[in-house]
Design a binder for this molecule. Structure first.
Ligand SMILES: CCCCCCCCCCCCCC(=O)CSCCNC(=O)CCNC(=O)[C@H](O)C(C)(C)COP(=O)(O)OP(=O)(O)OC[C@H]1O[C@@H](n2cnc3c(N)ncnc32)[C@H](O)[C@@H]1OP(=O)(O)O
Ligand SMILES: CN(C)Cc1n[nH]c2ccc(-c3ccc(F)cc3OCCn3ccnc3)cc12
Length: 392
C-alpha cells in the first residue's frame, strides 16, 4: 500500500491506490459525462507571468519551438545520460492523425519573452477495452522547462487538456509514463537489442560483458546483410486494406488495444522516412499478406559525450505473424534496422514480444513504462501480454 501523497491525482477520476484489489468496483467509466453546458468554458488560471498558447504544428516556427523545448527538457533515462530527441517530422506525424484537434496542442508561454516554457498534447483515438470501443484522448509530450519544475504547473496543464477534451465530448484518456501514479493498468519492462554494440559501449549505454572482448561482442550481435523471409517487403498504400484486416484480427486478442480502421492504418503505419517503417510478408505463391512488422524512429540525445551526440533508436511498434514465425519476422526487422544504421532496437514486453526478446538477444532495460487510463476503471491490472497498445 503506497503511502505517497498524490495531492493532485487524489482529486482525479482515476483508480486510487487505496482501491487496489477491491474487485467489487464495476469496470468502466468512473464519473459520468458532464453536460457540455457545464464544462468550464474558459481556460484554467496560470501563474501571472504565463499565458496559454495553442501550438499550430503546421507552422514551421512553432513546430521548431516545440521541438527545441522537448529536445532540451523532455524525458531522460534514470541516469540522465540520454534525453528523447523527437524529430519535427515525428512530432507532426504523432500529433496530426485524422480528426485531430489543434486546440489539444497546448503550450505555455512566458508573457514577457513569449518563450515556450511548457507543452502538453492530446490526440483522439478509439481504444477498445474488452468489448467496449471507447473514444479517448491519448495524452503525451507533457513537458515543463527544467527551470520551472516543482511549481505545480503540471496539474494545471493536465486540467486544461482535460477541459479541452471534455469540450469535444470525450471523457476518457490513455497515457503512459516512466513514473508511478495512481494507478497503472499494467507495468511494462523495456528491452534493448544492440545493433551497433561498439557505439553503445563507447557512450555508456551498454557495458562490455564479463569475459567478453569488443570483437567477441561485435560478433555476438552480428546480423545477416538482408532479410531472410521470402516476400518480405516495405508496406505500400495499396496494402492498407489487407494490413488493416491482419492487424484488427491480431489485436482482437488483447484486453486493451486500438480499434484501427483503414484511415488509422494509413496514418499510423504507412512508412514515412525517419518516422515510421513498416514491412510485410506477401506470399510469393498466393500473394496473400500473411505477416507485418513495424518500428518507429526516436533518437535520444547523448548528454555529455565528446564523440557522439545522438543515439539512433528504433522502437518496436505493431507486429503480426500468422505464417512466418514471430522470431524470424522480428529478426528481419532487426536486419533492416541495422541496414538503416540504427544503433539499438527497443521493445516493450507487451503483446507477444516476450516470445522473442531473449532469443533475439535483447537485454533488459533499467526502467519500466506504466500504462494508465483516465476515468475508466478496469477490474484488475493486466499482464503486459494482455496489452495491445503502443503509445509514442
Ligand atoms: C478526459 C480527458 C483526460 C486528459 C488528461 C488525462 C491525464 C494525463 C496525465 C498526463 C500524462 C502525460 C503523459 C506523457 O506526457 C508521457 S510521460 C512524460 C512526462 N514528461 C517528462 O517526464 C518530461 C520531463 N519532466 C517534466 O517536464 C516535468 O517533470 C513534468 C511536466 C513531467 C512534471 O512537472 P513537475 O514540475 O516535475 O511537477 P509539478 O508541476 O510540480 O506537478 C507535480 C504533480 O504532477 C504529477 N506528475 C509528475 N509527472 C507526471 C507525469 N509524467 N504524468 C502525470 N502526472 C505527473 C506528480 O505526480 C504531482 O502530482 P501529485 O502531487 O498528485 O503526485
Ligand atoms: C512512451 N512515451 C510516452 C515516451 C516516454 N515517456 N516516459 C518514458 C519512459 C520510458 C520510455 C521507454 C519506452 C520504451 C523503451 F524501449 C525505452 C524507454 O525509455 C528508455 C529510457 N530513456 C528515456 C529517455 N531516453 C531513454 C518511454 C517514455
Amino acid at each position: 500500500m503506497s503511502v505517497k501523497k498524490h495531492k493532485f491525482w487524489e482529486t482525479q477520476p482515476v483508480g486510487q491506490f487505496k482501491e487496489v484489489g477491491d474487485s467489487s468496483l464495476p469496470e468502466g467509466p468512473i464519473e459520468p459525462p458532464t453536460p457540455l453546458s457545464e464544462v468550464k468554458q474558459e481556460p484554467y488560471n496560470l501563474p501571472t507571468p504565463y499565458e496559454w498558447t495553442t501550438c499550430d504544428m503546421d507552422s514551421e516556427d512553432t513546430c521548431l519551438e516545440v521541438y527545441n523545448l522537448l529536445k532540451n527538457n523532455y524525458v531522460e533515462d534514470d541516469e540522465n545520460m540520454f534525453r528523447f530527441n523527437y524529430s519535427k517530422e515525428f512530432l507532426r506525424w504523432a500529433l496530426r492523425p485524422s480528426g485531430y484537434f489543434r486546440s489539444w496542442h497546448i503550450g505555455v508561454r512566458a508573457k514577457s519573452s513569449k518563450k515556450l516554457v511548457a507543452f502538453i498534447t492530446g490526440v483522439p483515438a478509439r481504444i477498445r477495452v474488452r468489448d467496449e470501443v471507447v473514444r479517448m484522448a491519448e495524452i503525451n509530450f507533457l513537458c515543463v522547462h527544467k527551470k520551472l519544475r516543482s511549481k505545480r504547473l503540471a496539474p494545471v496543464m493536465i486540467k486544461e487538456v482535460t477541459r479541452r477534451v471534455h469540450l469535444e465530448n470525450i471523457w476518457q484518456a490513455a497515457y503512459t509514463a516512466g513514473v508511478v501514479l495512481p494507478t497503472p493498468i499494467t507495468t511494462c519492462q523495456y528491452w534493448h537489442r544492440s545493433l551497433n554494440p561498439k557505439k553503445l559501449i563507447d557512450v555508456g549505454f551498454s557495458r562490455l560483458g564479463a569475459r567478453m572482448t569488443m570483437s567477441r561482442t561485435i560478433k555476438l550481435y552480428k546480423l545477416p546483410d538482408s532479410p531472410v523471409t521470402p516476400g518480405f517487403r516495405k508496406m505500400e498504400l495499396r496494402d492498407v486494406p489487407a494490413v488493416t484486416r491482419l492487424l484488427r484480427n491480431y489485436l482482437s486478442q488483447f484486453v486493451v488495444a486500438p480499434d484501427f480502421d483503414e484511415d488509422d492504418v494509413e496514418h499510423w503505419l504507412l512508412p514515412s522516412e525517419n518516422v515510421v517503417d513498416s514491412y510485410l510478408v506477401e506470399s510469393p505463391e498466393t500473394h496473400e499478406i500473411t505477416d507485418f512488422c513495424s518500428f518507429y524512429t526516436l533518437p535520444s540525445s547523448i548528454l555529455g559525450n565528446q564523440t557522439y551526440s545522438t543515439l539512433k533508436a528504433a522502437y518496436s511498434y505493431y507486429n503480426v505473424s500468422t505464417k512466418t514465425p514471430l522470431l524470424q519476422l522480428m529478426n528481419d526487422a532487426l536486419i533492416v534496422a541495422k541496414q538503416k544504421d540504427y544503433d539499438v532496437f527497443n521493445a516493450l514486453d507487451v503483446m507477444q514480444n516476450e516470445s522473442f526478446l531473449k532469443e533475439l538477444k535483447f537485454g533488459p532495460g533499467d526502467g519500466q513504462l506504466h500504462y494508465y487510463l483516465y476515468n475508466y476503471r478496469i477490474r484488475r491490472d493486466l499482464k503486459p501480454s494482455e496489452l495491445g497498445l503502443v503509445l509514442l
